[in-house]
Design a protein around this ligand. Structure first.
Ligand code: SF4
Ligand code: SF4
Length: 512
């Protein structure tokens, strides 16, 4: 292990220079400080199975994050959230404000996936994929490359300022700021086409774009470079409520007290049974590699982000001592209490809670997929023109005026035929036919609809019609044929694609 000291056949516990001084709380003897003074943590580098998994996920998530804005689709950015135009582009799909339901579905899916993974494997998200973990790991990697591992960093921080120290610190912060700014540019690149953004940078940048690049970059630099574990401990709400998703069969990173205690430094050759010792050599490696600086041997703590660095660190110690691995491991409360083997423990992954979450995830995913597949790219909205009353446009014909909004959310231009149904002899006039719309565009057009008077009223005699209407009112007749309002539908059909059509219901009024 890099930086691990193994002297002859004994592990050495922290040396004095590794102990970071804690400043005394100046709150007075009788007072308890409200805020804990931060003890700077210098996590030791660690390698192992879980470290490899974490790096694999860092590569994957960052490849997606930094790479996706550069993908193109049909001549435009493949994923673009164009807030100005109120359109979201995801590959071949265009989402409009009316499609906000899909955003809700994505959030619900994320929530259920988080519930599922947490109830199965504890804080998997925090330990492997959370941006705070990912960027802290990247920033730590830069720090180690420039300043060295744990002990070298402790010594450098304790040393007086010199040209070498200044150079290292400047190089580290320069690299951190570069990564943070690039992260900010990428973030804004999801909302403004990234190629245009870079062409504009820095002189032609809009105020909002500049603000968000700096804000996001500053947040990345501050959270991953300076705040680190404090974000998880004090700012993240998930750490506080995750325990409600845990049960006795949730896998958490646990120190096996029965096997490890009593702890103590010993020679590799010592007979631990005769010496009355457990497997823990009390080397402190599990604490030194921990990014939140906790001692997992004290039990499950809310500060534990589930990164499994202590498992990798301890496994290496166990290897060197010739003990079996897994003194610190993923296990469940029930497995420890009942001595379950790993097969029995894995069987308990399938329990009511996880089956329910999985079923909900599958159902919502299928429903959203089907709905997306069947999504109608034509959206129509009909509004009665309240400024214009129903009137007799020509003998025997009543005219109503509407405002029709037609939206083509498709990536291809379309032509539409507009008709009306619901009354015999009803016709649409006063609108261009066919109505032509460019790709991803909408049009608001005035629309006149004419229909003959209904049978009993349409005798061409105004006085009789008015008399009939009065009689109908006087006798409280609610027969639909004598009501003033009729339900009709405005039909908009794409020419050449019968599947793309809309029937929008509205009312047609007859004058009394
Ligand atoms: S649990 Fe493992 S890593 Fe931690 S002190 Fe004991 S032997 Fe060392
Ligand atoms: S205790 Fe172990 S798993 Fe938890 S944060 Fe520390 S190193 Fe990671």
């Amino acid at each position: 292990m890099a930086g691990t000291r193994f002297s002859s056949d004994r592990w050495i516990v922290n040396t004095p220079e590794e102990i970071v001084p804690i400043k005394p709380v100046k709150a007075g003897d009788d007072e308890v400080a409200l805020y804990e003074i931060r003890r700077k943590i210098y996590p030791r580098a660690v390698t192992g199975v879980f470290a490899n998994w974490r790096w694999a996920l860092i590569f994957l998530t960052q490849l997606i994050y930094y790479g996706v804005p550069w993908l193109t689709w049909d001549g435009r950015q493949a994923v673009l959230f164009d807030l100005g135009a109120r359109k979201f582009y995801i590959l071949g799909l265009v989402f409009w404000p009316q499609d906000v339901v899909y955003l809700a579905v994505i959030l619900i899916l994320c929530a259920y996936a988080l519930f599922l993974f947490t109830s199965v494997g504890g804080r998997l998200w925090c330990g492997y994929a959370c941006p705070q973990t990912v960027y802290t790991e990247i920033f730590l990697w830069v720090e180690r490359k420039i300043e060295g591992d744990r002990l070298a960093r402790i010594r450098l921080d304790a040393a007086p300022l010199s040209a070498a120290k200044f150079g290292k610190k400047a190089a580290k912060h320069g690299l951190w700021i570069s990564i943070a700014l690039w992260t900010g540019v990428t973030f804004v690149g999801y909302f403004t086409p990234i190629r245009e953004l870079l062409r504009e940078t820095p002189s032609g940048l809009g105020a909002w774009e500049a603000f968000w690049i700096l804000f996001y970059g500053f947040a990345t630099y501050g959270n991953a470079g300076w705040m680190r574990e404090q974000v998880c401990k004090y700012m993240c709400p998930y750490a506080r409520f995750q325990s409600v998703m845990f049960d006795q069969d949730t896998m958490v990173i646990t120190y096996d007290t029965a096997r490890g205690d009593p702890r103590g430094a010993r020679s590799k050759k010592v007979d631990i049974k005769a010496a009355g010792l457990g497997h823990c050599v009390d080397c402190g490696i599990c604490v030194q590699v921990c990014p939140t600086g906790i001692d997992i041997r004290k039990g499950l703590q809310y500060e534990c982000i589930g990164c499994a660095a202590c498992i990798d660190g301890c496994d290496q110690v166990m290897d060197k001592m010739g003990y079996p691995k897994g003194l610190i491991r993923y296990t469940t409360e029930n497995a420890l209490a009942q001595g379950l083997d790993s097969r029995a423990m894995w069987r308990r992954v399938f329990r009511l809670r996880t089956i329910l979450y999985t079923a909900l995830l599958v159902v919502i995913t299928i429903a959203a997929g089907v709905s997306l597949y069947l999504r109608n790219p034509l959206k129509v909205n009909v509004m009665r023109d309240r400024g214009s009353l129903a009137r007799e446009a020509q003998p025997g014909m009543v005219e109503n005026v509407y405002r029709l909004q037609v939206m083509n959310t498709d990536a291809t231009p379309r032509r539409y035929r507009i008709t009306a149904t619901g009354l015999e002899g009803i016709v649409v006039i006063g609108v261009e036919q066919p109505l032509e719309l460019d790709a991803e565009s909408s049009k608001m057009v005035p629309l006149s609809v004419q229909a003959p008077f209904d049978d009993e009223g349409d005798d061409g005699d105004d006085d009789k019609r008015k008399k009939k209407a009065r009689e109908t009112k006087d006798h409280g007749d609610r027969d639909k044929s004598h009501q003033r309002s009729h339900k009709i539908a405005i039909v908009v059909e794409a020419i050449g694609d019968a599947k793309v059509s809309r029937h929008e219901e509205t009312s047609f009024l007859f004058p009394r």
